[in-house]
Design a protein around this ligand. Sequence first.
Ligand SMILES: [Zn+2]
Ligand SMILES: [Zn+2]
Length: 262
Amino acid sequence: MIDGHVHLEKGPLTVAYVMEMVDAAVRMGMDTLQILDHTHRFHEFEPLYTTVKARHPLQAAWLAKKGKDSLLDYHRLIEQVKALDLPIHVDFGLEVCYVPEAKSFLSDILPAYPYDFIVGSVHYIDGWLYDMPFSQELLWQKQSTDAIYRRYYALVEQMMRSGLFTQIGHPDTIKLFDWWPAYDLQPTYERLARLAKEKHLKMEDNTGCYYRYHTKDLGLNDAFLKCLLACQVDIITASDAHYPRHVGAYLREAEAKIRALS
Ligand SMILES: [Zn+2]
Ligand SMILES: [Zn+2]
């Protein structure tokens, strides 16, 4: 069983901390672990966040706490861990905040290191964070839910077409507050499923919103999951753990659901 999306960001970039994650994965019965961190952990990715910072002081203050680490230290850690004899398969990558205007910056920086995988995620709608407590005032009360969903999925589609990523992070997480649009999402799900197949992208069935935001969906929405299965897309189970205690969280249930809908 795979946990395809686990963060180190709440701990130090040390072998000992990676081993806490690996031990947790072993206890949860995982045979493969994909470790990553958000690009906003590393100061080298600061150019990605110009718009997000400029939009509002609350967003700038949130980002000011990030970007404290160096990518070179992460690369050094990856090499140290890869030299060890580990009980399960462990891969290392990044979770990249997809910002369309930064495409050329990303095209230069991402291939400069041989990551095992690169996840692209939409965390901002044109520079507005959608998942923070302050997002309600700054985004959700300013734009219609339909407009936010349409823009979110347009960005997801653009990200999938960018050629920068091997895996798509939590591809329907805009639903995290369980606010749904009035329009039918089925054509969107079908279009994205066909695109994922065409571009050979892994799509995450990510349980993070279930245990962090208490969404009704365990991971992907059933209708979206059915479209991905119908198109034979490679679906990867992912906990989005930010702490060792969440590694593998609800992935057994997620896998059972995938089997039931297949
Ligand atoms: Zn994410
Ligand atoms: Zn994540």
